[in-house]
Design a protein around this ligand. Structure first.
Ligand code: CP
Length: 317
């Protein structure tokens, strides 16, 4: 297994199976620190730099919380408009990271341009973590999802995933690549205009992932051990910011998972993950069913980033 020390976390495309389990083990080891709401001093001599060019609630704050739990320092920006990248100068990624690399020991970046963290990693002498790049990928979210499944179901192998929502989404790309490292089957459900691209389907086929596409949640839910959801009432992830419109639209029944559908058709032990934020595809009354696991992900998201930061910065091996 490759060492994590100094590694960029840009994509799950090249992750090996053993690496997932190593990260899960470290997450388990560090979880008591977060569970006890305490901080330790594992990274007390390190600084995390968060460079967020696109809005975030969970990813930025969970990554920053993780660094605080590890005793490290945090600085950064959450609105590029207040930097030179977001004003008259439109400063390039290259010039920006040539600055940032001297202000911290690891850069966590979210960007509306697909590939921006990869471009940053080309120029930065410190590791870069992709916290979501346009429609590209969202590796730390999917590591959190997989860790949650592993904790809740005790395994990932042998499970059937029902992935439902906008297949252009960065989470769907990362989970597609990740699923290929496990003995799983996947059913993909999306509106035609949000369906997986031929290129993505070819990539999944080349990775030997067993997957099929169906048209509605009702057709697939009985097989599902894990329901993995994204909205189809969706923002444009290529934009730095999307303002709210008066009529956002409603989600057709085919792409919703309701309490009634779960009651009538789902396996009793099937679990639901959603990276959030949600729209109407996942009604709030599902929160009070035994299937919901998306709130557990809030805790696991901190623990997962603790594991990644400590591995990348060499405090764990
Ligand atoms: N899951 C996720 O990426 O949420 P945020 O956009 O709030 O970070």
């Amino acid at each position: 297994m490759r060492s994590f020390i100094g590694r960029d976390i840009l994509s799950l495309k090249d992750w090996e199976r053993a690496e997932y389990f190593r990260v899960f083990e470290i997450a388990d080891e560090l979880a008591p620190v977060a569970r006890n709401r305490s901080n330790c001093d594992l990274l007390s001599d390190k600084t995390l730099l968060t460079a967020f060019y696109q809005p975030s609630t969970r990813t930025r704050l969970a990554t920053e919380a993780a660094m605080h739990r590890l005793g490290g320092h945090v600085l950064g920006f959450s609105d590029a408009k207040m930097t030179r990248a977001g004003d008259f100068y439109q400063e390039s990624i290259k010039d920006t990271v040539h600055m940032l690399e001297y202000y911290g020991d690891v850069i966590a970046m979210r960007h509306h341009q697909q590939g921006a963290p990869h471009e940053a990693a080309k120029w930065a002498s410190v590791p870069v973590i992709n916290c979501g790049d346009g429609w590209g990928e969202h590796p730390t979210q999917v590591l959190t999802d997989l860790y949650t499944i592993w904790k809740e179901r005790g395994t990932i192998d042998g499970l059937h995933f029902m992935c439902i929502g906008d297949m252009r989404m960065r989470t769907m790309h990362s989970i597609g690549y990740a699923m290929a490292q496990f003995d799983v089957e996947a059913t993909l459900i999306s509106p035609p205009e949000m369906s997986p691209t031929d290129e993505f389907k070819q990539e999944l086929a080349d990775l030997n992932l067993r997957f099929r596409e169906v048209k509605t949640s009702a057709e697939a839910i009985a097989d599902a051990d894990v329901i993995y959801m994204e909205p189809v009432v969706q923002a444009d992830y290529t934009k730095a910011r999307v303002e709210v419109t008066e009529d956002k639209g409603i989600t057709p029944a085919a792409y919703r998972v309701t309490r009634e559908l779960l009651r009538d058709k789902a396996k009793p032990d099937c679990i639901i993950l959603h990276s959030l934020p949600r729209m109407d595809e996942l009604p709030t009354d599902v929160d009070h069913t035994r299937h919901a696991r998306y709130w557990e992900e809030a805790f696991n998201g901190v623990v997962m980033r603790m594991a990644l930061l400590s591995l990348i910065l060499g405090a764990m091996e």
